[in-house]
Design a protein around this ligand. Structure first.
Ligand SMILES: Cc1cc2nc3c(=O)[nH]c(=O)nc-3n(C[C@H](O)[C@H](O)[C@H](O)COP(=O)(O)OP(=O)(O)OC[C@H]3O[C@@H](n4cnc5c(N)ncnc54)[C@H](O)[C@@H]3O)c2cc1C
Ligand code: FES
Ligand code: FES
Length: 462
């Protein structure tokens, strides 16, 4: 039995685990605030809040209900626009009205929920972060300037909310209805985990699978991980970092130690999908999907990572480049799963940078992406790792170029030779994301961008 709370309503249902949550919300519960737009995670019309208990504390974030299997709602609190209460507009709704940020209203419930998720977040709120909370919402008719004004108005009120108990503050100030104060206890009472049948399709975040084959998932059934701690956490032992396969993009991007080691991590994250997709999509799903342009695959290839696999024959660990064997072909035996990814955190002498070019700046997959990590010893490159996506059938570690760089002086002549070698190592094809020539040019530009960002004093030879 799947058991959860939808707004102020206790749900127990035996409907198929793989039914999209959006369909349950609209067609089974009859609440039509969440809209059917793209059904591909792109538009945010179906965006809802998901509240989960973690170590006894209730946290909310935004998800898209079109890519969420019903059974993922088990034990959680799902909130649609109806769940914010109808007695009076919340400050979020009022800001949207006051700044004329609504025309046809189709996108408005999703936008109101995305902004309510922002109010519930425990991140420090800057204008930049607040505007980025809408990166998963499209509006076809109002335009974004009035939305920006509404967000700025909210920012006048929100910074005073206390960090330790934002939910009670948000209730007191009319952002949330009073029943939210009971949700921790209500969710605690859902004690039994949802046990899915084995031998079905494994869904992690669902953000790849539900775009690729939603109908098949409903027919064939879905199964989930059962929250094993080794797959859900980020652990750092000395300088070695292990990220569990079920860790979401958001959890990686918000991890304090990772932010300290990768000062531009938040900016890199903005290039990956959108806020609700990052709240759902996992590291394991990104690697297992085996897309040649998967952003996390490219990021971690440049960090000399290993992937930990568990299966019937036990555990094995292999270098990440060996995991990608051909187009959508992985070194993954029947019954094996990705358990985690491991890598050495960059020390003070290691410089890392990630770049991505896509047709649209936000909420788009890459035409070409690339990462570079370089460790310097007295001006000499002691170690280098260059990776690139969209230039080969697999997420590519450019082994020859990386080896060439080692032991060389970091200067214009070295970089020019590395550029030439990189062009020999890649084999891009012309497709919807660009011609072969364009992708070759992009990698050249991204390599230059890495150097420009990390070592502005070094210029490539013309
Ligand atoms: C609107 C939108 C925008 C996107 N933008 C980007 C982007 O900018 N960059 C990017 O890289 N990706 C992007 N994606 C793709 C996707 O969000 C990511 O690849 C995400 O990390 C996939 O993780 P998931 O948990 O949702 O995978 P799922 O869809 O749950 O699973 C994907 C596959 O991996 C398998 N799997 C999952 N976990 C494991 C495991 N531990 N072991 C073995 N197999 C496993 C599943 O069975 C399935 O075959 C986007 C997707 C959408 C919908
Ligand atoms: S319907 Fe467009 S994101 Fe769900
Ligand atoms: S108000 Fe019409 S789509 Fe946004």
């Amino acid at each position: 039995m799947i058991e959860f709370w939808l707004n102020d309503q206790h749900i127990r249902t035996a409907l198929p685990a793989g039914l999209p949550l959006l369909d349950f919300i609209r067609y089974e519960s009859g609440q039509t605030g969440a809209k059917v737009g793209c059904r591909e995670g792109d538009c945010g019309a179906c965006l809802v809040l998901e509240g989960r208990l973690t170590a006894g504390a209730l946290h909310y974030h935004s998800i898209v209900s079109c890519l969420t299997p019903l059974a993922k709602a088990h034990g959680r609190h799902l909130v649609t626009i109806e769940g914010l209460g109808a007695a009076a507009p919340t400050p979020v709704q009022k800001a949207l009205v006051d700044h004329s940020a609504i025309q046809c209203g189709f996108c408005t419930p999703g936008i109101a929920m995305a902004l309510t998720a922002l109010c519930l977040s425990d991140e420090d709120l800057t204008e930049d972060r607040a505007l980025a909370a809408l990166d998963g919402n499209l509006c076809r008719c109002t335009g974004y300037q009035s939305l920006k004004r509404a967000v700025r108005e909210l920012l006048l009120i929100l910074p005073i909310r206390p960090e330790d108990r934002p939910i009670s503050w948000l209730i007191a100030h009319g952002f949330l209805p009073a029943y939210f104060s009971e949700m921790t206890e209500r969710l605690t009472r859902i004690a039994a985990p949802f046990i899915s049948e084995k031998e079905k399709t494994l869904v992690a975040g669902g953000t790849d699978l539900y775009v690729q084959r939603p109908d098949a998932l409903l027919q064939s059934g879905v199964t989930f991980f059962q929250n094993a701690p080794e797959r859900t956490g980020i652990r750092i032992e000395e300088s070695r970092c292990t990220i569990g396969s079920e860790v979401t993009s958001t959890a990686i991007l918000q991890h304090p130690a990772l932010r300290a080691h990768f000062p531009r991590l938040e900016a890199y994250g903005r290039l990956i999908a959108s806020t609700p997709i990052r709240n759902m999509g996992t590291l394991g799903g990104n690697l297992a999907n085996a897309s040649p342009i998967a952003d996390w695959a490219i990021f971690f290839l440049a960090l000399d990572s290993t992937v930990v696999l568990t299966g019937p024959a036990g555990e094995r660990e292999l270098p990440l480049p060996h995991f990608f064997q051909g187009y959508k072909k992985l070194d993954l035996q029947p019954g094996e799963l990705i358990a985690a990814l491991r890598f050495e955190l960059p020390g003070p002498d290691t410089f890392f940078h990630f770049e991505k070019v896509s047709k649209r700046k936000h909420l788009d997959i890459a035409s070409v992406n690339s990462a570079l990590s370089i460790r310097l010893e007295e001006g000499i490159i002691a170690q280098a790792r260059l990776s690139a996506g969209g230039v080969s059938p697999v997420p590519l570690y450019l082994e020859k170029t990386s080896h060439f760089l080692q032991g060389k002086l970091l200067n214009a002549a070295t970089l020019q030779q590395a550029q030439a070698l990189a062009q020999e190592e890649i084999s891009p094809i012309s497709d919807i994301r660009g011609s072969e020539t364009y992708k070759r040019l992009l990698l050249r530009q991204l390599f230059t961008a890495h150097i420009h960002e990390l070592f502005p004093e070094v210029h490539e030879a013309p």
